[in-house]
Design a protein around this ligand. Sequence first.
Ligand SMILES: *Cc1c(COP(=O)(O)O)cnc(C)c1O
Length: 355
Amino acid sequence: MSLTLTVDGPRWRAHLGSVAGANPGIVPVAKGNGYGFTLGRLARKAQWLRDRGHDVTTIAVGTYDEVAEVASRWDGEILVLTPWRPFVEPLDPGLTGRVIHTVSRLVDLEQLLGAVPGSRVVLERTTSMQRHGMSGRELWEAGEVLRRHPDARLEGVALHLPLAQGNHLGEVNRLLTDAIAADCGITSVWVSHLTDGELATLREQYGDFTIRPRIGTQLWLGDRGALRVTATVLDVHPVDRGDIFGYRARTAPKSGHLLVVSGGTAHGIGLEAPTGDQSIKARAATLARGGLDAVGFVRSPYSIDGKQRLFAEPPHMQASMLFLPHGARVPAVGDRIDVRVRYTATAFDRIVVEG
Ligand SMILES: *Cc1c(COP(=O)(O)O)cnc(C)c1O
């Protein structure tokens, strides 16, 4: 009845172990919908890696609201990626020692250390992403602030780099030069989106620093072959050309079957962007052929027998209607069919780890 993520347990765990093994100091990122797995499950898996002797001391959550969800399932440090702001509610005092704040503005550093002098902080340096962070000059001033707050615990500098487009090393070198010039005792560098080769080069070039790669997608979703997403066929209706169906009383353009399958907007199932050649000429050719997309049917993420199928109408809240033209094999009620999803935007009803 559900949209299900089935995980090949041994294969997934082997992948997690190999990524952790190749990246000492790794900071598993557990944020948002937990990359489809839920935050709680990721926190337990990070603990599992740590219990097996991997060098995993810190996990990263996206927001302060996510801290509580991982704190009870993981016994190490928790880095919050969204920078601290004065409107963040004070932490549960029991968590002060475990939470590492990201601080991206001088005023915030002053205010946080004024309120909780022993806070653990990572200073964020702006990158070409231009999301959050301090300039080189501000980092230097942050060093001054820290000298006035001797109880503060500086945990390093953070760089949030754009997704790999060529080589990041030039930019990282420039930014680290600033961090060193700030002379505030930075010994760790928290980075994202560097390749294995870039990380190795950095470790070599900056032997005095600990490099802490924050990794989400490559860790949790890096071996797609270990994951399978399926929906269940809930109903099958034969239709003839001209039959009326759906919320909008559409008519079937030809004979075939309507399938009602699990998965809808509540799960994050959306209309697929029409793929392929969208030039006017190609559209005209499609119309001339009388293809189903010409009558307004849109590609769905569901596939049957390896062929991607069309939505008969836009997805409903928890189910979707597909149109299967005459001639295709018709699945039975209860059959499972494959669905292609964006894991970071999907809420599964069930997650089944096999083995
Ligand atoms: C989400 C996030 C990451 C992890 O990104 P992935 O592409 O999932 O590995 C790393 N650093 C920051 C600051 C993030 O927000």
